[in-house]
Design a protein around this ligand. Structure first.
Ligand code: FAD
Ligand code: NAD
Length: 466
């Protein structure tokens, strides 16, 4: 990497909250020549979420799909400060952010408050639990790297415990029942990866119990995968049926205890379903920090789904200084990596344009001081006027892709924004793999993922428990 310029107090400061899809895409594109950039995130890496379900069963190693944020920032012209910390307060009036290191080792620094000229708010969301206390206590989420590793450990624990001498049949049945709540793409992709693990590996390593493993997916709505076309929904349902994954639609989970989920069935009755492993993929909700920010701008922020922004990604109520993007916002687009990445790239262009305006304004000031000609000054003013025209954000939907197990995937791809192409099957799976492979951020990630796929092809998945 080239030697970087130090931060410069005479330049404006851009504070970026988060290191996920939106923030990383912004960091890749922003020109740091004209800004001091500070990144604050409790994770010092970017996580490539589309391949996270593969980590839950060991098809991929977690380390293969993360990219340290410092890898992204080290090629910038000006040094970017990266703090592994959690933002705990944003003051949109005084333009400050307060953050704290919440990791195990914290040193002697408590909360730190810094000023920003611009804030890029990209902290994503947390898991929606609908206030069901047992979910956090007994279930596993699938949003962060640690979640995938926890699922893998818990799954193997259930299997080893079921294999223990003297276990009752009832307990074996419970321990070997894997329940997934949520028929959105996260739940579907997890169930698909789990089924592959069972069929390709567990049945071989645990012949006496492998065949007793059951997977049930519970969905409150009449359909799974609502963002896909009817044909692909049907295709996924029939693939799951062939693969012995039981789908319960129109079943709403009401309660969770250590061994059972309680569902409301379509006939309105309550039913207890015993489980060994519970994976909760019931969608997103705003983080407490986001709710706090909304409360600080009560007139402008009234949408419970997330932050309201204008068509330039400016936060309503703090348009001059805060940009919000990705899952933390409530926009017309689905909360996807695709949308967050496009918004991040858009904002990088906006900042680069703002920097150009700053440079031109300095030039104009200097020209005026030095008594430049009227034509020269007018020329600069025209350039400033042109550079200040910032186009609104425009989303370009590339389509939806999901892995559904047994080397099959579904794809709803749009061409030119109007025509749709729906496909499912093995060829789509190869497309799915190559699409995500090529989207991985670095050669390092691509090499590691390719090596993991080869390892599994040659030796199968590892069944040892961490
Ligand atoms: P995130 O990527 O979630 O990033 C949020 C960042 O904020 C993280 O770095 C986090 O550490 C940080 N943070 C959290 N709290 C704080 C705080 N208090 N202060 C500072 N920083 C904070 N979308 C697709 O388009 N295609 C897919 O195939 C796909 N697959 C997915 C698979 C899974 C398993 C999951 C969970 C999601 C998937 N998504 C997919 C959705 C996609 O991951 C999200 O839409 C995307 O991550 C949103 O980007 P974001 O930047 O808004 O938030
Ligand atoms: P989601 O919101 O898409 O799906 C959650 C599902 O859980 C919903 O269908 C909901 O009806 C169901 N549900 C909620 N509460 C329930 C309850 N109590 N009982 C039973 N069912 C319940 O969530 P997700 O799948 O995590 O996806 C979140 C976002 O990330 C979406 O925008 C999605 O498009 C995106 N994503 C995309 C991909 C992909 O493109 N392959 C993969 C994962 C996530």
């Amino acid at each position: 990497p080239p030697e970087q310029l130090p931060q410069d107090p005479s330049k404006k400061t851009v504070v970026v909250l988060g290191s996920g899809w939106g923030a990383t895409s912004l960091l890749k594109g922003i020109d740091t020549e004209e800004f001091n950039v500070v990144v604050i995130s409790p994770h010092n890496y970017f996580l490539f979420t589309p391949l996270l379900p593969s980590v839950t069963v060991g098809t991929l190693d977690g380390r293969s799909i993360v990219q340290p944020t410092r890898h992204t920032t080290r090629f910038k012209t000006r040094a970017v400060q990266v703090y592994e910390a959690e933002a705990e307060h944003v003051d949109p009036i005084n333009k400050t952010v307060t953050f704290r290191d919440n990791s195990d080792i914290q040193g002697r620094v408590g909360s730190v408050t810094i000023n920003y000229d611009y804030l890029v708010y990209s902290v994503g969301t947390e898991n929606q639990t609908f206030g069901i206390e047992g979910v956090k206590k007994y279930g596993c989420f699938l949003k962060e790297l640690g979640d995938a590793e926890k699922i893998r450990t818990k799954l193997m624990d259930c299997i080893e415990t079921a294999a223990l001498k003297g276990q009752t049949q009832e307990e074996i049945d419970r321990l070997l029942h894997m329940v997934v709540v949520g028929g959105g793409p996260t739940g579907i992709e997890y169930a698909a990866e789990l089924r592959d693990f069972i069929e390709s590996d567990l049945v071989r390593w645990y012949p006496e119990i492998g065949k007793k493993l059951r997977v049930t997916l519970i969905e409150a709505l009449p359909n799974i995968l609502p963002m896909f076309s009817q044909t692909l929904i049907k295709y996924t349902e029939s693939t799951f049926k062939e693969n012995s994954i039981n789908i319960l639609t129109k079943h709403m989970v009401r309660d969770v205890d250590a061994e059972n989920v309680t569902v409301k069935t379509p006939s309105g009755e309550e039913q207890k379903i015993p489980y060994g492993l519970l994976v909760w993929a019931a969608g997103n909700t705003a983080r407490p920090l986001t709710r706090q920010l909304m409360a600080a701008l009560p007139e402008a922020q009234k949408n419970r789904r997330g932050l309201e922004v204008d068509d330039h990604m400016r936060l309503k109520g703090a348009e001059d200084s805060i940009f919000a993007l990705g899952d933390a916002t409530a926009t017309a687009f689905a909360p996807t990596a695709q949308a967050a990445a496009q918004q991040g790239a858009y904002l990088a262009r906006v900042f680069n344009q703002l920097a150009r305006v700053d440079v031109l304004e300095h030039k104009l000031e200097k020209a005026k001081k030095e008594g430049a000609s009227g034509a020269e000054i007018q020329g600069l003013e025209r350039q400033i006027e042109k550079a200040s025209r910032i186009r609104p954000f425009k989303y370009s939907h590339q389509g939806s892709l999901a892995y559904i197990g047994s080397d099959k995937a579904v794809a709803d791809i749009s061409f030119g924004g109007t025509q749709n192409f729906a496909s499912g099957g093995v060829a789509t799976f190869l497309f799915w793999r190559s699409a995500y492979f090529s989207m991985l951020f670095s050669l390092r990630n691509r090499s590691l993922v390719a090596a993991d796929w080869l390892k599994v092809y040659l030796f199968g998945r590892d069944v040892s428990r961490e």
